[in-house]
Design a protein around this ligand. Structure first.
Ligand SMILES: NC(=O)c1ccc[n+]([C@@H]2O[C@H](COP(=O)([O-])OP(=O)(O)OC[C@H]3O[C@@H](n4cnc5c(N)ncnc54)[C@H](OP(=O)(O)O)[C@@H]3O)[C@@H](O)[C@H]2O)c1
Length: 339
């Protein structure tokens, strides 16, 4: 399976490392994915129909420019994403560029071009799925291609395949989750005695929070993931304006201490059902499985008709953790193609 990657930051590099480390095991299973094209914003692009050398690709990315990638027969350094798609050698596009929750661009155009060009599409980028899922799904169905996006919610923790595949015989009535690791980390530190400002500074020092943390602390990152879950679990094409969204900026150390004294914890919870959803800080009894989720972990509780509540807890971020979801999506595509 020949792959094109748009974006080669933490996730792209984490995915490439995993692919390289697991290549022998994957080949034993009859699966031999190759990265044949990579595009970035500032490091340049590389395209080679016979495949790129992953250690050399990682070394060039670490050195800051694909100009450092060694010359190889058939290598091109000047091909656009559209040009790579049009060349016809790729089987799947992995969209790993930054999330834009306002327009989903420029990723959305590349995603549509890939599907229309007959490629499968796998995303870590939340924007196109959160804002344009129906359009993408129509384009995928029209060409008989697959659209997969496990990486967009809770990184490699398999929430979408749990809901859509492992629990396919159940109806999912509602879902509640901790979908943002930065804010969960901050709330955990605040419970240990830090102020909001100290907890934010520590989250930034550890690389959990961006220099501009608004997307996390105001609830928008969790809201983007909630839109994706609404679509995947309930077929509900909600927009950001359909969700009531607030974050943790108004939570003080005193609120947390008061909750603790009552045997409760404050968590930033995304709650969804077929009727709609919201993202807001809530007090949970300590007995709630979500109350026990600490640090940068994420969790989702699915309320089902046949099994009752099923909770999954795991990593919500990280280059390799998110790369794991991309690999699992590609394996699912390969399984479906071999059926
Ligand atoms: N990191 C995580 O834990 C995580 C988890 C789940 C989902 N995601 C999502 O996965 C995506 C990638 O995340 P990341 O952490 O890898 O981000 P990142 O480290 O900032 O890397 C982004 C990559 O996209 C490239 N890029 C930026 N604009 C581009 C454009 N217009 N065309 C082509 N490439 C472009 C960048 O180029 P340069 O190399 O030149 O800067 C970089 O290679 C994001 O949408 C993010 O929300 C991330």
């Amino acid at each position: 399976m020949n792959l094109l990657l748009i974006g080669f930051g933490a996730v792209g590099q984490g995915f490439a490392e995993i692919l390289h480390e697991k290549s022998a095991r994957l080949q034993e299973r009859g699966f031999a994915p190759r990265i044949i094209g990579v595009i970035t914003a500032t490091r340049g692009g590389l395209y080679r129909r016979d495949g790129l050398d992953i250690p050399a690709l990682l070394a060039a990315a670490a050195a800051g420019s694909f100009a450092k990638y060694p010359q190889q027969a058939g290598l091109r350094r000047d091909v656009s994403a559209q040009g790579m798609i049009a060349d016809g050698a790729a089987d799947a596009l992995l969209e790993l560029s930054p999330t834009n929750l306002e327009t989903a661009q420029p990723a959305l155009d590349s995603c549509l071009a890939a599907l229309e060009g007959g490629l499968h599409l796998v995303l870590a980028n939340k924007g196109p799925v959160a804002l344009a899922y129906p359009q993408l799904q129509r384009a995928a169905q029209a060409r008989g291609r697959q659209l997969r996006f496990e990486a967009t919610v809770m990184a490699g923790t398999p929430v979408l395949s749990l809901a859509q595949e492992a629990l396919a015989g159940c109806a999912i009535v509602s879902a509640r989750g901790i979908l943002n690791g930065t804010t969960n980390y901050m709330l955990t530190r605040m419970e240990a005695g830090m102020s909001y400002e100290e907890a934010l500074a520590q989250a930034q020092a550890l690389g959990y929070a961006e220099a501009d943390p608004a997307g996390d602390v105001e609830g928008w990152d969790a809201a983007g993931k909630a839109l994706i879950l609404a679509q995947a679990l309930f077929g509900a094409p909600l927009r950001l304006t359909d969700l009531a969204v607030s974050g943790i900026t108004q939570i003080s150390a005193a609120d947390i201490a008061e909750a603790k004294a009552r045997g409760e914890r404050i968590k930033l919870i995304a709650e969804l059902s077929a009727a709609g959803g919201e993202v807001r800080a809530r007090r949970l009894p300590i007995s709630d499985p979500l109350a026990g989720v600490s640090g940068a972990s994420n969790a989702l509780t699915l309320e089902t008709d046949l099994l009752g509540a099923v909770t999954i807890v795991g990593a919500g971020a990280g280059g390799r953790e998110t790369g794991t979801a991309l690999l699992n999506d590609l394996l699912a595509i390969a399984r479906a193609e071999n059926r």
